[in-house]
Design a protein around this ligand. Structure first.
Ligand code: FES
Ligand SMILES: [Fe+2]
Length: 370
């Protein structure tokens, strides 16, 4: 009996230590001045036609993003090394870009290849960033290290997909705070009236991705759950996979029909969020398959809207500070630990965050005693 009390006190102490660490000033979690090195959505693919250039501010840094004649997307630092004109004022020339001001041309690797007033170009270049296109969005790899995996829905890793873009939104809180809503187990009951208890199991897929999956069937006292019970054999599918702590992919639904929603987020000025949702379903063959998919994507959007609507107000006013955690907040802690272990960069400069000791990166510990 006494042993149990001691064990419980130790567990509580451990739990509290973890929470105290969340508010450390150098924690990357919910920090408007830092973010994780990774892939970030820049703009919808359809908004960048061949031969066009767009000005994009990504994580505080100004870029010019263009699509060359070959269809290749190139992202470069915005300001021309000659006199600082914004390159999005310029023109796409082949797979390169020509500055508006004095017509210097930079190729797809950022190297200056033509200066009209000189016989030979000068040895100057503009910084380029890796790009990719996935789920209808253009993504930019933010970081100096070699690009790692693009965010994807784990169940659809190998699948050819149909997708539509959902809403583009601004929220008055940090992307981390918005994303953990997807694993805030208790709020599904209090806000979204879900008639079953959600209990997550977590799995780190790689150093930059962590998935949380529901493990319960539950809800037998609900007529709705009893009604749809024959449609699923196992636990109710609800899983959330986080990439670089900024993109979340949701998978939910009965066994025979899973819905997939991607929340692609990034931090804007003041630590707020700019986001874009993407609704996805695996490709189905023929005209019938195409028609079915239009219906399914519409349905997916309604599911997403339902869950987004309930929380709208709280994200306008929240001052996130997890002071009094409970057992139901356990997954949120696991997310924060995973997040804080990733390589952090500085908002606006994209430089590596310094003065962070390894011991701090590894704290809080991965194992949570409750
Ligand atoms: S400022 Fe770009 S060419 Fe002069
Ligand atoms: Fe919610």
């Amino acid at each position: 009996m006494g042993g149990r009390i001691v064990a419980r006190s130790c567990a509580r102490l451990c739990f509290n230590l973890i929470f105290m660490s969340l508010n450390k000033p150098h924690s990357t979690f919910n920090n408007p001045t830092q973010f994780i090195q990774g892939w970030y959505w820049a703009l919808p693919s359809r908004e960048l036609k061949v031969g066009r250039v767009r000005a994009v501010t990504l994580l505080g840094r100004n870029l010019a993003i263009y699509r060359g004649v070959s269809g290749q997307v190139v992202a470069v630092d915005a300001y021309c090394p000659h006199m600082g004109a914004h390159l999005a004022e310029g023109k796409v020339d082949g797979d390169g870009i020509r500055c508006f001001f004095h017509n210097w041309k930079y190729d797809a690797n950022g190297i200056c290849v033509d200066i009209p007033s000189l016989e030979k170009p000068l040895p100057v270049s503009i910084k380029t960033w890796h790009t990719a296109e996935q789920y209808g969005l253009i993504w930019v790899w933010v970081g100096e290290e070699k690009p790692y995996l693009l965010p994807f829905v784990p169940e659809l890793e190998q699948a050819d997909c149909d997708y539509i873009l959902g809403t583009r939104f601004i929220k008055n809180c940090h992307p981390n705070v918005l994303l953990i809503n997807g694993i805030d187990a208790h709020h599904f009951n209090t806000v979204h009236n879900l008639p079953l208890e959600i209990v997550f199991d977590s799995k780190e897929l790689n150093p930059n991705a962590i998935a949380f999956s529901n493990t319960t069937k539950g809800g037998d006292d609900s007529w709705l759950i009893r009604l749809i019970r024959p449609l699923y054999q196992n636990e109710v599918t609800y899983s959330m996979c986080y990439w670089y702590g900024s993109t979340g992919t949701v998978t939910l639904g009965p066994d025979f029909l899973h819905f997939y929603i991607v929340f692609a987020l990034r931090t804007i000025e003041g630590g707020k969020t700019e986001g874009q949702t993407v609704l996805i379903t695996p490709k189905r063959d023929g005209c019938l398959g195409w028609g079915i998919n239009r219906g399914l994507l519409w349905l997916t959007q309604q599911v997403g809207n339902y869950f987004a609507k309930g929380d709208t107000q709280v994200f306008q006013t929240i001052q996130f500070d997890l002071k009094t955690p409970t057992k139901a907040d356990r997954s949120i802690l696991e997310f924060i630990q995973h997040f804080n272990r990733q390589k952090a960069l500085t908002w606006k400069t994209w430089e590596s965050v310094e003065n962070v000791e390894n011991s701090d990166r590894n704290y809080p510990p991965t194992s949570l005693v409750l």
